[in-house]
Design a protein around this ligand. Structure first.
Ligand code: FAD
Length: 287
């Protein structure tokens, strides 16, 4: 067992690479390959002091697999329990999908800059998400609805492959009921029970009524979707600083030491993952 001097030393000189155990309080199956894990730190002090900004990520560690960056998908307005929505794509995410309520995983962070809240207060917000890209947006959307009077009109556009691939179904239905909010969903392919829109998320512009002079757009999804959406937003008259998106790069340390996620002079882990279009267009091969 750790002695007192050791514990004190660890608090005074924290190891930036040290994961802390967090236990799984709930597992929710969102889609056949995406699950949302509700977590809380087992250490009471960590649990009481953990805080983050919407758009930040943490590094999840799994014994024998390593670490992976995952966005926090819940709002900081209730941070004692935080949520991670994880798509099963490979070894580490596959292992996490075996976890059940009561299991533990390692967590360090939060990392990254998060969404620029100070610049978003008072504005209308247009969220455009694709697939699992709705995860970081959900954190911001929940935050906005928890502090409703501080933001203007909210428009949420979401694209998924099929009805089974729609994440956060109850949230999407609930957001639609919020004051001054609209939610529009489109699917890649037409499916029998689906009576809504089909086609890429940009197909929803025709049903969207936003004023580029008072709106900030926040976009997250597959890189090809981001490129098309940003292109259209610029054509609509959005200012380059009012288009905010995320850049996904393979990461290792998460704290700007190893250089794995560098793009030009920027490190995605500390300068990002959130960037404005003005910043992104200066970064080689991002858009
Ligand atoms: C800042 C940031 C936030 C992220 N947030 C989330 C999140 O909220 N939810 C979530 O499910 N995933 C998120 N990811 C992606 C996640 O980190 C990867 O899916 C994960 O590292 C894959 O690990 P693995 O060992 O399971 O897959 P691996 O065995 O390493 O790879 C399996 C396959 O997935 C591909 N892959 C690996 N990493 C990525 C990646 N970053 N993007 C796309 N494809 C990848 C590989 O090319 C390979 O084809 C985020 C990534 C970043 C950089």
């Amino acid at each position: 067992m750790e002695d007192k001097a050791h514990a004190l030393m660890r608090k005074m000189v924290p190891n930036i690479y040290l994961p802390y155990p967090a236990s799984i309080d709930n597992v929710k199956e969102e889609t056949p390959d995406i699950r949302t894990f509700s977590l809380s730190f087992t250490d009471r002090e960590m649990r009481d002091h953990f805080t983050f900004r919407p758009g930040q990520f943490i590094l999840v560690s799994v014994f024998n697999c390593g670490e992976a960056p995952i966005s926090i998908s819940s709002s900081p307005t209730s941070s004692a329990i935080f949520e991670l929505s994880i798509k099963k794509v490979g070894s580490l995410t596959g292992e996490i999908h075996r976890y059940n309520t009561g299991d533990e995983m390692g967590v360090r962070g939060p990392y990254g800059n998060g969404f620029p809240l100070e610049r978003l207060y008072g504005s209308d917000l247009l969220f455009v998400g694709g697939g699992i890209g709705l995860a970081p947006l959900r954190s911001m959307i929940q935050y906005v609805f928890a502090r409703r009077s501080e933001f203007g009109r909210i428009t949420i556009l979401y694209g998924a492959r099929s009805p089974e691939d729609i994440v956060f179904k109850e949230d999407l239905a609930g957001w639609e009921e919020e004051k001054d909010a609209r939610v529009l969903i489109t699917l890649d392919k037409r499916d029998r029970p689906w009576k809504g829109a089909t086609g890429p998320v940009t197909r929803l512009w025709q049903e969207t009524d936003v004023d580029p002079s008072s709106t900030k757009a926040i976009v997250c999804g597959p890189p090809v979707m981001i490129s098309y959406v940003v292109f259209d937003l610029l054509k609509m008259g959005f200012a380059e600083d009012d288009i905010i998106s995320t850049v996904e790069r393979n990461m290792k340390c998460g704290v700007g030491k190893c250089g794995h996620c560098s793009i030009g002079s920027k490190f995605t882990c500390i300068h990002g993952p959130v960037f404005t279009y003005r910043e992104m267009k200066e970064m080689p091969s991002v858009l």
